[in-house]
Design a protein around this ligand. Structure first.
Ligand code: 5AD
Length: 464
């Protein structure tokens, strides 16, 4: 067992150096892919979420060095679907069972937020989720789109190497892209980002930064894939050899963000036979079949050879690898509830202070993964007085209490006392998770998973 993979499986955290070491070591690839597959199974299950992709305009004001629809490419027939055409494609997709429509385009200013909002409202008359992938806009535009019913937004950061970003994106600003992602998050979109793998000049160090960026943003979806050189772009001579590295970046992302949605991207399938299935068995849980009509799809050439999904064959393949097609919309979570008031809780009692100074080894071990908002950004307090009790750990915001039994700290340890105590908390909307010392000593992995699942459950994961 590779110790770093084990660690990532247990606490879903790795340092930059640790990520780099995994990316550089190709002897552990299978173990890494299997670990990501296991964690995917554990956190998001065996269902595959299908998202119907509509490429509604290939007109783009940008000039990204890798992309075939860049403004300066004159060898491409430009098109723009009408609102009616877009709505019709969406209706057809919904009739055939899709639960999410993804509207993707170049950065085409013809489609103002108002025009898009009308399209979104029309599609939302059906029971569907809508994902947008239309590039950088202002906060106000994102707000109009959100208010009209859009649920999710995809905007890859592409690379977090600022120098490289600048070279590949003329007249664009890295900071503005980050601003967009933060705006999207703050507006309550399920927010997806991601990167390209195999860019000329890209280092494993910067890929490690990309992964840590995903985690810091707490992205809800991560889409990534290998660069596929397009002959009408400045990167036409780049090497198309990023498949395995992108699979590794994806697998590590799954380990560190265990409950997010990760698509098996078309670029992966295009560059490697069975690439999509390999991705689905290495952490991915989403597929985005293209439902744009053939005439326009062939003109949306971001990169050459874009593979389409033969849906009937694909469903058969899903079955073969023990997976099913989801019947729900596949949200990561509902938006987080506002912070609850920590009303009767004071931290100043003498006993609580004494306990805080004297953690047992097991409590110390658990605290090391919960402290400092390390655990997915959730804020935990330790040895915290709640009314006449002192709880070992509590996340006030999510009303989750964690107790370590057998620590010797819980005075009067007996069953009826515990029961009374638990009842007190539960009638006040808290959930109490109890762990025994030996669980923490021997299986911190499972303890961390249970805590995360409980936190996500409390947020209403999967709901809507
Ligand atoms: N190869 C692979 N992926 C590409 N993208 C753009 N051009 C290419 C290419 N040549 C990706 C970008 C973009 C997404 C829609 O497609 O990451 O965000």
């Amino acid at each position: 067992m590779n110790a770093l993979i084990e660690k990532a499986k247990q606490i879903h955290q790795l340092s930059k150096e640790e990520i780099i070491s995994l990316l550089n070591d190709n002897s552990i690839n299978n173990e890494l892919f299997n670990a990501a597959n296991e964690i995917r199974h554990k956190f998001v299950g065996d269902e595959i979420h299908l998202r119907a992709l509509i490429e509604f305009s290939n007109i783009c004001q940008r000039n990204c060095f890798y992309c075939g629809v860049r403004a300066e490419n004159k060898n491409i027939d430009r098109y723009r679907l009408t609102p009616d055409e877009i709505i019709k494609l969406a209706d057809n997709a919904l009739k055939s069972g899709y639960k999410t429509i993804v509207l993707q385009s170049g950065e085409d200013n013809y489609f103002t937020a108002e025009i898009l909002a009308d399209i979104i409202k029309e599609i939302k008359k059906n029971d569907t989720a809508i994902t947008l992938s239309i590039g950088e806009r202002t906060y106000d535009e994102y707000k109009i789109l959100k208010d009209s019913g859009a649920d999710r937004f995809l905007l890859r950061i592409e690379t977090t190497d600022k120098e490289l970003y600048k070279k590949l994106h003329p007249n664009m600003d890295f900071e503005n892209r980050v601003r967009c992602l933060k705006d999207l998050k703050s507006l309550g979109y399920e927010t997806g980002t991601g990167c390209l793998v195999g860019l000329p000049g890209q280092t494993v160090e910067s890929l490690a930064d990309d992964i840590l960026f995903f985690k810091e943003l707490d992205a809800d979806m991560i889409g990534l894939g290998p660069l596929i050189p397009h002959e009408d772009t400045p990167l036409k001579d780049a090497k198309p050899d990023g498949f395995w590295l992108s699979l590794k970046v994806m697998a590590i992302t799954r380990l560190l963000l265990p409950d997010i949605n990760i698509p098996a991207t078309t670029a992966m399938e295009t560059i490697q036979p069975e690439g999509r299935i390999l991705a689905l068995e290495s952490g991915a849980n989403v597929v985005m079949p293209n439902v744009t009509d053939e005439f326009h799809r062939s003109r949306y050439e971001i990169y050459p050879g874009k593979k389409s999904v033969d849906y009937t064959k694909l469903e058969e393949k899903f079955k073969q690898i023990g997976r099913t097609v989801s019947k729900n919309k596949g949200f990561r979570s509902q938006s987080r509830p506002l912070s609850l008031n920590p009303s009767p809780i004071g931290r100043g009692t003498k006993m609580a202070r004494h306990l805080r100074k004297n953690l047992t080894p097991q409590e110390r071990k658990l605290w090391s993964i919960l402290r400092n908002k390390n655990f997915y950004g959730y804020k935990f307090k330790r040895q915290c007085p709640i009314w006449k009790y002192i709880v070992d750990f509590v996340c006030i915001e999510q009303r989750l209490i964690i107790e370590v039994d057998g620590s010797g700290h819980n005075l009067n340890q007996n069953k009826s006392y515990d029961k009374q105590r638990t009842e007190y908390f539960e009638t006040r909307g808290f959930t109490v998770l109890r762990f025994r010392n030996n669980e923490i000593e021997n299986n911190i992995e499972e303890v961390a998973d249970k805590i995360l699942l409980s936190l996500r459950e409390r947020e209403g994961r999967g709901g809507k």
